[in-house]
Design a binder for this molecule. Structure first.
Ligand code: ZN
Length: 150
């Protein structure tokens, strides 16, 4: 996985979506993500597809954080300390220190990628669709980049 090549804006939006899903569903963060500038997807272990109301709720929750212009900040802590608070399943082998990326008080997770400094840099998020198959919930989303008027 080459997290450094992620678009920081889209990747930060992915953090927010993960935070929203973890809050709403309690299913933990995505076990697999595919980030692209135009359209991204996240896969979660879950037991069903989401209703349109739930997708709307997720979208609203993420967009509230974007509209609130929340600071993104990070801190470093020992692996032991981090392990007691966060899921470290994607930690590089041999690491002794972990970087935790926070989005305000809303979301925090270990990450080595590049992020925006404030959520005001993220355009509003739109959930395109979701589907479910064999225990995997897939959520596809886009950012509403401003399009020039014709
Ligand atoms: Zn990140």
């Amino acid at each position: 996985m080459s997290e450094k090549e992620y678009d920081p804006v889209m990747h930060s939006a992915e953090h927010l979506l993960n935070g929203a899903i973890a809050r709403l569903l309690g299913c933990g963060r995505a076990f697999s993500t595919h980030i692209e500038k135009k359209k991204s997807k996240c896969d979660f272990h879950y037991d069903r597809n989401l209703t349109p109301e739930e997708l709307q709720l997720l979208e609203k929750s993420v967009n509230e954080q974007i509209a609130s212009h929340v600071d993104v900040w990070d801190e470093r802590m020992s692996v032991d300390e981090a392990a007691s608070r966060y899921s470290l399943s994607r930690l590089p082998e041999g690491a002794t220190e972990v970087r935790i990326v926070h989005i305000g008080e809303y979301d925090a997770c270990p990450c080595i990628g590049a992020h925006v400094a404030n959520t005001r840099e993220i355009p509003s998020l739109r959930i395109v669709s979701s589907d479910w198959k064999e225990g995997v919930l897939r959520v596809r989303f886009k950012l509403n980049h401003a399009t020039p008027h014709a």
